[in-house]
Design a protein around this ligand. Structure first.
Ligand code: OOG
Ligand code: NI
Length: 471
């Protein structure tokens, strides 16, 4: 029996996309806009003087199916169980995100595939936050605990299937199909709240996200984000079509060599909600939770690159707040400040600011087939620099597969209602990786380590092909 975790992940991602399209029609419109923008970007790139984009890199590849989603959980049980569920689809927790830094009583990890092959097939990732009960006031904590204890966001059949998958090590095709349909229920929107309107208001007054996490019977997916190759074009098309787009794109400025992640979104929808009232009756109210988002992914930065990025961004934000710069003025400052960040492939490589994958060039390939004198015959040890200078090895940047929720704080915030009243409690909190991992039941992987391994392995393949002792 072949155990096709990549296939289940791809099918699940597709099914989720179909479900979300029916729940949030504007998401379907956004997908159309992304298709149009990508096709235009490819067309523009064929014009003289532009650097051409190979349509094969965009059209049939991972870009088309690539999505990330976000869910918010309430308890350790929910976190540990979602870990088991994602593991069936070959998705594992990578990175720890302390959201108290932005005033949210939550911390998070991203579940995603870890290997290059799995990412190539379908890089579906889900940013998963969990509430930090200890950061709530006592009254709200009690209310949250009571409401969360009464729900199970997983169907009984899903829990059985997790046991089967874990005990036999795979799911048959029939069970995989059942797994997908049951799994979707965890992410589905429900307009019937599990709390009263008063309780909802109390939760919301402390922080709107607490109300979003605690008040419903599932952990509804709050956005599902497609990837584009030209986010500036998508932003323009969204505005042209009168979609309720955010004013500016979050993340680094537009560059020749894109780095990390740029994101924009359209505003959260106001949804009709039926709150609990007297037995068997409901009162109507509303909730804003779900929004549309689009992203453009750039290169993965090394720790050194990330430090430089954070440092520049911090200076920008400081200066912007002193001078009260917003919108275009902020973007201008961002652009000029980021001129300090090298913007050519060779400088990013030579200064170890980004991660790369190495490959033999056609020249390098010929050398191993004996058509050229192969480098191992040289006496002196060969360095990577030598091989690059000879042209035997070439490199391409690794894509950033993770998140920037704090730089996308604008997105988080633009989609929330009123500000928090317990911010001071949250703002003074320490991060709690240990607590997160304890609740998760496993360690989170270090994202820098994963990229470094990919880089190292690609070089190792080159070394073996060239039959060198060492590079
Ligand atoms: C998670 C937001 C994080 C992103 O793209 O940075 C995220 C949330 O709103 O729950 O999806
Ligand atoms: Ni997102």
């Amino acid at each position: 029996m072949t155990w096709d975790q990549n296939g289940i992940r791809a099918r699940f991602c597709h099914a989720l996309s179909e479900m979300y399209k029916s729940e949030v029609p504007l998401y379907g419109d956004l997908i159309d806009v992304v298709w149009e923008a990508d096709a235009k970007a490819v067309e523009n790139s064929q014009k003289p003087g532009s650097s051409p984009i190979n349509p094969d890199d965009v059209l049939p590849s991972r870009h088309r199916v690539e999505r990330h989603g976000a869910i918010r959980l309430g308890t350790a049980y929910e976190l540990a169980t979602i870990r088991r569920m994602f593991a069936v689809m070959g998705m594992y927790p990578v990175g720890y995100y302390d959201l108290s830094l932005a005033g949210f009583p939550m911390h998070a990890s991203a579940f995603r595939p870890k290997t290059q092959e799995a990412l190539e097939i379908n890089p579906f990732r889900v940013f998963t936050t969990v509430l930090r009960m200890e950061l709530l006031t006592e009254k709200t904590r009690e209310l949250a605990q009571k409401a969360l204890a009464q729900r199970n966001i997983f169907t009984p059949r899903l829990l059985e299937l997790l046991d089967v998958a874990e005990s036999q090590g795979y799911l048959s095709p029939e069970l995989s199909t059942e797994f997908i349909s049951n799994g979707l229920e965890t992410f589905r929107w429900h307009s019937k709240a599990t709390v009263t309107l008063d309780e909802y208001e109390q939760l919301k007054a402390e922080h709107p996200l607490i109300a979003d996490i605690v008040s419903f019977p599932s952990s509804h997916i709050n956005h599902l984000t497609p990837r584009t190759i030209d986010i500036d074009l998508v932003q323009q098309l969204m505005l042209d079509r009168g979609m309720p787009a955010k004013e500016r794109i979050e993340g680094p400025p537009k560059r020749t060599c894109p780095i990390l992640l740029r994101q924009t979104s359209f505003k959260a929808l106001e949804e009709l909600v039926y709150f609990k009232d007297k037995p068997n009756s409901h009162v109507q109210g509303s909730h804003t939770a779900r929004f549309g988002e689009v992203e453009q992914r750039g290169y993965a930065l090394t720790r050194k690159g990330r430090q430089l990025y954070d440092q520049i961004l911090e200076q920008v934000n400081l200066e912007a707040s002193v001078k009260d710069l917003k919108g275009r003025d902020y973007d201008k400052l961002l652009e000029t400040s980021f001129q300090k960040f090298p913007d050519s492939l060779s400088s990013l490589h030579d200064l170890s600011l980004a991660y790369f994958s190495y490959q033999l060039s056609p020249l390098g390939e010929r050398s191993i087939h004996g058509e050229m004198k192969s480098p191992q015959h040289l006496d002196a040890p060969i360095t990577l620099q030598d091989l690059l200078a000879q042209g035997s090895i070439v490199y391409e940047p690794l894509t950033y597969e993770d998140f920037l929720p704090l730089s996308a704080g604008g997105i988080f915030n633009s989609n929330l209602g009123s500000a928090s009243s317990s911010k001071s409690l949250i703002m003074s909190a320490d991060s709690d990786l240990d607590g997160f991992q304890r609740h998760l039941g496993t360690c989170v992987a270090d994202e820098f380590h994963l990229y470094e391994e990919m880089q190292r392995q690609s070089l190792e393949v080159c070394r073996q092909k060239l039959q060198l002792q060492k590079i």
